[in-house]
Design a protein around this ligand. Structure first.
Ligand code: ZN
Length: 387
């Protein structure tokens, strides 16, 4: 099963209907919320409820049943996580802003051309950026005032031929987002830094407003907008980057756990970055033919040629080995280590790739920021060793 997200552009009238549907589902959710019923019982009671509340007939019946499924899943999640996290073991009634999705399963939907048809709701313009087959489910999601369709497709596992020669090691950075074993680096996109100031400002503004006031709502909206803007930009960047790697390489090696020992970095920047890394891994996991996570210990310390340990401060950007004389960018060295370890762990020959580091100190780098103006990552070789 695979989920794809598409942007929806409902008309005013349809949007009204979507909102009403959310309210209807929320009413049902809250009705069943504190009654500990099985999914079967809820479906049974739903039939009775419809007679008492005929307005429920305005909604697709299977869609209403999915609310019961949603509750059952939420209860199950509470049962499994509630004990360890010491949280309360009951579900709470959902307010308007907390209830943001409803689901059509198997029936009641159709996607044709650039339109999504939902039973009892109507036609909605959908931006289909990929072909879909075997659609099992459509979930409509409201997120920061925008509408999306989460489409679940049943995909049979496709068999891939993997060429171990086409493998790459990727090192995660802070100053650079990634640096790989082919000595290509990708800068942290500029929008990160650009967004931090407005984000802090809007956070400050929100904290000064009186909770529940009109100005509070306005400030809150502004903040939600900013967050979703950052998220969209980040996802766009991550999608392009993960596509770049999964199209070029058959095996991708990453560090298993990336412990950020950067303390000075700004809190917001770190939050955005950390979230970015998790997402990047998830994207690679489903896009790449094979993603292998490598034990992270000493990848930036050891020499990638002779294995000699060269401890260095975080500020030291170069790796210089006293034993074999290897001199190269520290992130490049780390990426080479990741690749070598990965190949070793996967029992693949290590000399698949020739390591040709730059030997002299006369060394320069060309760095360019990520270009957003084009539809795709236009400058993949954004950091080049010139000599
Ligand atoms: Zn060495």
């Amino acid at each position: 099963m695979r989920n794809y997200r598409f942007r929806l552009y409902p008309t005013k009238r349809i949007e009204q209907k979507l909102e009403e549907t959310l309210d209807g589902c929320r009413w049902l959710y809250n009705y069943f919320c504190d009654k500990n019923m099985s999914e079967f019982d809820m479906n049974y009671v739903l039939v009775e409820l419809k007679i008492q509340h005929p307005w429920l007939y305005n909604y697709h019946s299977k869609m209403l049943q999915m609310v019961g499924k949603q509750l059952t899943a939420a209860r199950r999640a509470l049962r499994t996580s509630g004990v360890t996290r010491n949280r309360s073991s009951r579900l709470y009634q959902k307010k308007h802003e907390d209830f943001n999705s409803f689901t059509y399963n198997q029936t009641g939907f159709r996607i044709k051309g650039d339109e999504l048809w939902l039973s009892k709701i109507g036609l909605i313009k959908i931006i289909l950026h990929r072909r879909l087959i075997n659609i099992k489910q459509v979930t409509v999601v409201r997120n920061a005032g925008k509408w999306y369709a989460l489409v679940t497709c049943d995909k049979k596992q496709i068999f891939h031929f993997i060429n171990p020669r086409k493998s790459v090691g990727i090192d995660a950075g802070i100053t650079k987002f990634v640096h790989d074993s082919e000595n290509h680096g990708f800068e942290n996109p500029q929008f990160l830094n650009q967004m931090i100031k407005p984000l802090r400002r809007s956070q400050r503004r929100l904290s000064r407003r009186i909770k529940g006031s009109h100005n509070y709502t306005k400030a809150k909206k502004r903040m939600v907008d900013l967050h979703s803007k950052i998220k969209n930009k980040r996802n766009d960047f991550l999608h392009k980057l993960s596509t770049y790697y999964s199209e070029r390489y058959d095996i991708i090696f990453l560090e298993r756990l990336r412990i950020l020992n950067m303390v000075k970095n700004h809190r917001f920047a770190r939050l955005i970055l950390d979230a970015g890394w998790g997402t990047f891994k998830i994207m690679l996991k489903y896009k790449a033919k094979k993603l292998v996570e490598v034990e992270p210990a000493y990848t930036s310390v050891d020499c990638s040629r002779c294995g000699h340990s060269v401890p260095k401060e975080l500020a030291v950007r170069m790796h210089r080995c006293d034993v074999c004389g290897l001199t190269l960018d520290r992130d490049y060295n780390a990426a080479l280590n990741i690749l070598q370890r990965g190949l070793r762990a996967a029992c693949l020959p290590q000399d698949l790739r020739e390591v040709t580091p730059v030997e002299n100190n006369d060394w320069s780098m060309k760095q360019e920021a990520y270009d957003f103006s084009q539809g795709q990552l236009t400058n993949p070789y954004s950091i080049k060793t010139l000599r």
